[in-house]
Write a protein that binds this ligand. Structure first.
Ligand SMILES: [Zn+2]
Length: 354
């Protein structure tokens, strides 16, 4: 009896040590520790600060074996529902027992924007979370959210996916942006993961200057600043929640797990992109008022083409927006509301290859 117990104990100890040697370490995030082979659903608390507390819901799927840390962030814009529903689906689908490395899913980065059904901004402080990185722990609520996502999520990742889906009063054609150029990290890997989504458009954003990274810094540029291979995923428009868009994001992330070596499944065949672009040019409004687009849809655009007019609140035309380049209108606002400084149309610049 005693001998048997001793033998069993020795066996357990040996097995445990062998597992520990081959397996992953616990994953630390937000003051918590997630054991290998398990999943944790947690909340990163955003302290009350100057304008009230909130939280960031995160699911961590931590594999048995060590590997990359893929951070998938949804809901930076709380009205972009396809990304949020895809995050929810992925958290259920990915099995920690089958995973090498760690998938960190930020289910909704901007809970106040989501609950407030607010396009573009957090209704608490009227800031756009995608313009305030790296954030500020002593700032307003949006800045505090950004600070926590940068420190708790981006800093712990080895690859960043910033997932959006076309905000309210926004048109958009599905694309993936991959960050390249001298100030970005591992463009070939970012491009491979981008292609894995099978979306019709891929944009390379070449990071040439620090100003490009710093001015109104988005989450994806925070990834670049922290040296992470980074992509921007966009599918859906006008706050849509189409099942096909949700499924497109889910498939792209699952393919990324294969491409990054985190899953052993074969990579399914995906469509090659119809169009490749080298950067974008934005046409911005100089007036507040009522925007009348000529055609608020994704399409080819010629240099000098009139994109739309802005009328003031007395109905007088105050501005005529014209394309500065030949390219492809990838996304933009549908109007009618427009504010001075808004990027009305973002035109991607075609390229034959990268
Ligand atoms: Zn967005």
């Amino acid at each position: 009896m005693t001998l048997l117990r001793l033998l069993l104990a020795a066996l357990l100890l040996l097995t445990g040590q062998a597992l520990a040697a081959a397996g992953a370490e616990p994953f630390a995030i937000a003051g918590q520790s997630v054991a290998p082979g398990t999943r944790a659903d947690l909340r990163i608390a955003v302290a009350a600060g100057v304008d009230g507390e909130t939280f960031i819901p995160v699911s961590v799927i931590h594999g048995d074996e060590p590997g990359p840390v893929l951070a998938m962030v949804a809901g930076v814009h709380g009205f972009e529902f396809a990304s949020i529903l895809a995050a929810e689906s992925l958290a259920e689908r990915v099995d920690p027992a089958q995973l090498k490395g760690t998938l960190v899913i930020v289910r909704i980065a901007n809970i106040p924007g989501f609950e407030g059904r607010s396009p573009n901004v957090n209704p608490v402080d009227r800031k756009n979370l995608n313009r305030v990185f790296p954030g500020d722990p002593a700032g307003t609520q949006t800045q505090r959210i950004a600070d926590l996502i940068a420190r708790e999520v981006v800093a712990r990742s080895t690859f960043l996916m910033d997932v959006h889906s076309g905000d309210g009063a926004e048109f958009l054609e599905a694309f993936v942006g991959a960050y390249g150029g001298p100030l970005a990290t591992d463009f070939p890997l970012a491009l491979a993961v981008a292609r894995g989504f099978g979306f019709p458009n891929i944009v390379r954003y070449s990071m040439e200057t620090q100003a490009q990274i710093d001015s109104g810094r988005s989450l994806n540029r925070q990834g670049v600043a922290m040296g992470k291979p980074t992509i921007l995923v966009e599918i859906g428009q006008n706050g849509s929640r189409e099942e096909a868009h949700v499924a497109g994001i889910v498939a792209g992330v699952e393919n990324a797990l294969v491409i990054l070596g985190m899953a052993d499944d074969p990579l399914p065949e995906v469509a090659a992109p119809a169009r490749l672009f080298e950067g974008t040019a934005s046409v911005s409004a100089s007036h507040d008022g009522v925007y009348h687009p000529v055609d608020a849809r994704p399409r080819r655009i010629m240099k000098g083409e009139v994109l739309g007019i802005i009328r003031d609140y007395a109905g007088r035309e105050v501005e005529r927006l014209v394309s500065p380049v030949d390219g492809y209108a990838l996304y933009g606002i549908t109007g009618p509301p427009v504010e001075a400084g808004d990027a009305v149309v973002t035109i991607a610049i075609p390229t034959k290859g990268f």
